[in-house]
Write a protein that binds this ligand. Structure first.
Ligand code: G6P
Ligand code: 1S3
Length: 603
């Protein structure tokens, strides 16, 4: 007789420190994935995160709890004990339900929780930094919530809880110990030790399996963080990470082979009109050109039609993000362009975050004066246009009047004076801001002498702040800035995934990545002819630093030599494959992880 198998209902909870709290790349993962998750899970989907008043004010809309549901009852139970728990909609595409926990409401108990963690799991948390205390309390609130959710789960749904990164996962060992009826997935988006060691130990990847994780964690003062990460990895039902490269770190530092790799996607926006992305490129390029004129033309005018905008961006991890390699490749590129008599100019933007006092007032001033020159020109244009119109209508013998006669003395002098005061003999600045201290980028620029000399073909703009639309220098948000550029350059040495090249691709901008970044490694696996599609991959696995720098310089030189037609076609090709990374195509990896977790728990 055939036995009828009824599929048990499931409920998915995702937990991240970056739910409704932007710190870095995990925010992008969670936020962009929501529409695809809500499509599958509908009402059976919930996100958990920490409550920070300021971010919540902008992105969170509170809702009344429904005590008929397990989630509502679990929240009511916590509130009854004095904990501040916020429930509502996260105001992003997909509008998911979220629960945010106010850490302050339990902070006074941090020492008790730490004591229990030591008692149960021998994780030492003495003298840790404030962030670790916060993650411990965050974990404790999640433990209480999930424990009660499991009790209230009268419909006996399979509850799957997906934890992202150690900061959201300090409670996994306790949940396991208490046998709370949930299935767990832990995704690590990098390893704590990987981050530190990659930037400090030469040939990190060659010696990866020789490290003593505990000794290194103590050495770098991250014993608590690394221990939480390792415990979460070992106690979760399923361990996953974002790339094969980071999977190797999991083996070395976390003592477990991840069951699955979950590549990162985006919410790819395709336009109905095929060429809309080209139009946007043109529009935003003009805005970047306004900055470039203001910054360089005071002293060094060049042909904007022959100018290419390259950029790199990310947090300030000088060698991990490959800023060192990029700078050294630019020096070679500069030489090659000079030697070949290239007519082109390359402007390379470094967009990162470093402590600064303010935007350099001279940079701001130059930009403002340029705006004034534009206003003068527009006034003259209007005056000439009107007078020309009148003179043409009144003309008897069809001879066109001399346009110069129409420019009044006032505007003529005013324009002349403004341009005169603006022009200078000073070299265009390399840094747009007044940095608090000299850093590795500045030191490298002095060594390579890439300092915006008149004869340089490669000019550098170092912008030590992320780009936001209120920024007076560009007046663009980051996405628009990316669209206006010609090429994104990201030859990272340590990069578990790396969203920056993917963000270029999504906007139809070609990009350079490396085979040590998760994204580059993945591209090489899924697409043989990735170069055809506007993605170049620098070999950092088997080449030494100098060889990689030469390879990058050659790639850039090739790019510089392309015609405008080639560039337009390449942008179309890049944009056409971006769908590969839409979450609707990549969510399947998450589905598999969730099913595996349920199966493991049922066994
Ligand atoms: C887009 C626009 C064209 C423009 C071109 C510039 O394709 O639709 O009108 O000429 O961008 O391309 P470039 O690579 O020189 O910035
Ligand atoms: C991590 O953020 P990061 O920039 O510190 O997670 C990101 C999302 O998975 C990933 O793209 C990145 O490579 C990791 O380093």
């Amino acid at each position: 007789m055939e036995r009828k198998v009824t599929e048990k209902k499931k409920f998915l909870v995702e937990v991240a420190w970056e739910t409704c709290n932007q710190v870095g790349g995990i925010y992008t993962v969670i936020r962009t994935k929501v529409p695809a998750m809500v499509e599958k899970w509908e009402q059976d989907y919930l996100l958990l995160g920490p409550y920070f008043k300021q971010t919540a004010a902008a992105e969170f809309e509170p809702l009344a709890i429904d005590v008929e549901t397990p989630v509502g009852r679990a929240i009511a139970w916590m509130r009854a004990q004095g904990m501040e728990v916020h429930y509502g909609n996260w105001l992003i595409t997909g509008k998911p339900k979220i629960v945010l926990f106010d850490l302050a409401s339990l902070m006074k108990e941090v020492d008790i929780v730490k004591g229990r963690i030591w008692e149960n799991h021998k994780i030492s948390t003495l003298g840790v930094e404030e962030l670790v205390n916060q993650t411990i309390i965050f974990g404790e609130l999640i433990r209480l919530f999930l424990g009660q959710l499991a009790v209230e789960n009268k419909a006996k749904k399979d509850i799957i809880v997906h934890f992202h990164e150690w900061m959201a996962s300090t409670c996994i060992p306790d949940l396991r110990k208490e046998k709370v009826k949930i299935s767990t997935v832990f995704t690590t988006h990098a390893t704590m030790l990987g981050r530190y060691l990659a930037g400090n130990v030469p040939n990190f990847y060659d010696v990866l399996d020789t490290f003593d994780w505990h000794k290194e964690a103590k050495h770098y003062g991250i014993e608590a963080q690394a221990s939480f990460e390792r415990a979460a990895a070992q106690k979760a039902d399923v361990l996953t990470t974002v790339s094969d490269i980071t999977a190797k770190e999991c083996v070395a530092f976390l003592g477990r082979i991840p069951e699955l790799i979950l590549p990162n996607g985006l919410n790819i926006q395709r336009f109905a009109a095929l060429h809309e992305h080209q139009n946007l490129h043109s529009l935003y390029k003009k805005r970047i050109s306004d900055f470039v004129m203001g910054h360089f033309f005071q002293n060094q005018p060049f042909d904007l039609d022959q100018t290419l905008y390259l950029f790199t961006s990310g947090r300030f991890e000088y060698s991990n993000k490959g800023y060192d390699l990029t700078l050294d490749a630019l020096e070679i590129l500069n030489r090659k362009m000079k030697e070949s008599g290239s007519r082109k100019t390359v402007i390379m933007f470094f967009i990162t975050k470093q402590p600064y006092h303010s935007i350099d007032p001279e940079v701001l001033h130059s930009r403002a004066v340029l705006d004034e020159i534009r206003e003068n020109c527009q006034a003259i244009e209007k005056e000439v246009g009107e007078k020309l119109f009148q003179a043409s209508a009144a003309s008897k013998d069809l001879t066109l009047p001399d346009l110069n006669d129409f420019v009044g003395e006032y505007w003529r002098l005013r324009l002349r004076r403004t341009v005169q005061t603006w022009k200078t003999n000073a070299r265009p600045k390399v840094v747009t801001h007044l940095l608090k201290q000299e850093d590795d980028i500045i030191r490298n620029l002095h060594r390579t002498q890439l300092l915006n000399h008149a004869e340089d073909k490669v000019k550098v703009v170092y912008h030590p702040d992320f780009i936001v639309s209120t920024n007076p220098l560009f007046g663009l948000d980051y996405g628009q800035f990316v669209r206006g550029c010609h090429l994104g350059v990201f030859p990272s040495y340590y990069e578990p995934w790396g969203y920056t090249p993917l963000e270029c691709m999504a906007r139809g901008v070609p990009t350079v990545t490396s085979d040590l970044s998760g994204f580059g490694d993945y591209m090489m696996q899924i697409m043989r002819d990735y170069e055809q599609w506007g993605v170049s991959v620098v070999n950092r696995k088997t080449q030494n630093y100098q060889e990689s720098a030469e390879q990058l310089a050659n790639l850039l030189f090739k790019f510089v030599q392309q015609s405008q037609r080639d560039r337009i076609m390449q942008r179309n090709r890049v944009e056409s494959i971006a769908d590969t990374f839409d979450w609707s195509n990549l969510r399947g990896y998450y589905d598999t992880a969730h099913e595996l977790a349920v199966m493991k728990r049922r066994k």
